[in-house]
Design a protein around this ligand. Structure first.
Ligand SMILES: Nc1nc2c(c(=O)[nH]1)N[C@H]1C(S)=C(S)[C@@H](COP(=O)(O)O)O[C@H]1N2
Ligand SMILES: [Mo]
Length: 400
């Protein structure tokens, strides 16, 4: 697939445009400017996604597709920092290079060699730290995401630990650095390279994924292989992986030192990435506890006899303890029924039977608590880049 084809494909369903047009797939709370340019697109190999920017492509999953523990591959969101996305055929002779000053020896692994390592499956949420940024007040710069910069899939491949062992990790290794094949269009844009602390890199759950939901990775989700870092935000999940560096020193670049950071002590995750901590700010790491009402959505009409509200809850892998739902905009709360867990890093689906309802308007709200007793705050925890927006999701519906 050629990059130009991908770009052309992004416009296929560009029909709705006006702010006032009915767009049930677009969050009503996004800034007007975003609502004006957002459009439903169908890139090659994908189904309906909401395009927020086209170069680089940033496409979110409509809330209607976030109604199950596993997100369909065809509607899994897409996030890029650079517009030069390689074509599939670039990877025909792909291999993964491993080296660095804390590697015992350089190594190079073909797809076949990756597939010959012990394989594992992990069902995990890829969630952009900026998910719901478009809903924070006051607005902050960055992609104005609604609710759909997230998805959950079953990923398959070797553990990163076993991949690193092919090169050998010296005792003084501190970080593992990652590079992908996409590049910037302008020469001065810093390359999107990211790193992980050794502990998370060699953790059981961290894998080099060669498949997604049982099929090949779509080009836009990281073909031929991507990193999967369960429990941590999407920024570390390097796509189109080409090179791994086992390093004695921290990675110092724009994407580590300036972007994807939050004020120190603001979020309850401790210090899982000490080599990148500074007194004033620390890297985003864990996924914050959060939840979503998948159905009904804002503006829906529901029956007076009652209905079954449904949604998702998730966190960084400690597990969801409880989901509470309010039918009166946060005055009274009742516990939802939690469905079976698909593993600690997956979406947990929930439901609640409302029982009979008074005619008029009902404002639903949802909030989750995890096994670490982390709860969703009532008001957004302000931070400069609009990360970790986990205020309770709300849906206002009409009872008829
Ligand atoms: N090569 C590459 N990998 C990348 C990125 C990127 O821009 N280039 N973006 C990261 C970010 S910030 C996120 S949220 C996830 C999104 O993964 P997806 O596009 O498969 O949904 O990819 C991560 N991996
Ligand atoms: Mo992201």
């Amino acid at each position: 697939m050629r990059r130009r084809d991908v770009m052309a494909g992004l416009g296929v369903l560009a029909t709705q445009k006006a702010v006032a047009a009915p767009m049930p797939w677009l969050s009503p709370d996004l800034p007007d400017g975003t609502r004006a340019i957002a459009r439903m697109v169908r890139p090659p190999g994908k189904q309906g996604l909401i395009q927020l920017t086209d170069r680089p492509p940033n496409l979110e999953t409509p809330i209607q597709a976030l109604n199950a523990a596993i997100t369909p591959t065809e509607q899994f969101f897409v996030r890029y920092h650079h517009a030069n996305i390689p074509e599939e055929k670039t990877f025909d002779n792909w291999s993964l290079e491993i080296g660095g000053d804390a590697a015992e020896r350089p190594a190079r692994l073909t797809m076949r060699q990756l597939e010959d390592l012990p394989q594992t499956d992990v069902t995990a949420i890829c969630l952009c730290a900026g998910n719901r940024r478009g809903l924070v007040q006051p607005h902050v710069p960055g992609v104005q995401w609604g609710h759909g910069a997230m998805g959950c899939a079953t990923w398959h491949g070797p553990r990163l630990r076993d991949v690193l062992a092919k090169a050998g990790v010296k005792p003084d290794a501190v970080e593992i650095w990652f590079e992908g094949a996409d590049t910037a269009t302008l020469p001065n844009t810093p390359a999107f390279h990211k790193s992980l602390p050794l502990a998370k890199a060699i953790a059981n759950e961290t894998i080099v994924a060669t498949t997604m939901n049982g099929g090949p990775l779509p080009l836009l989700n990281g073909y031929p292989v991507r990193l999967v870092v369960p429990g941590w935000t999407g920024t570390y999940w390097m796509k189109h992986l080409t090179r791994i560096t086992i390093s004695r020193v921290p990675l110092e670049n724009f994407w580590m030192k300036t972007a994807y950071r939050v004020p120190a002590g603001l979020f309850p995750f401790g210090s899982p990435f000490p080599s990148q901590d500074r007194a004033a700010n620390v890297p985003v790491t864990d996924i914050a506890v959060n939840s979503l009402i998948s159905w009904p959505i804002d503006g829906d009409e529901v029956e007076r006899s009652g209905f079954k509200a449904r949604g998702l809850a998730w966190d960084n892998g400690r597990g969801i303890r409880r989901v509470d739902v309010s039918l009166d905009d946060g005055k009274n709360w009742q516990s939802a029924l939690l469905d079976r867990e698909l593993g600690p890093y997956a979406f947990r689906t929930w439901s609640l039977d409302t029982g009979p309802l008074p005619r008029g308007t009902v404002s639903l709200r949802v909030r989750a608590i995890n096994n670490g007793r982390d709860a969703q705050p009532d008001t957004y925890v302000t931070n400069p880049s609009g990360y970790h927006n986990n205020t309770p999701h709300r849906a206002t519906v009409k009872v008829v």
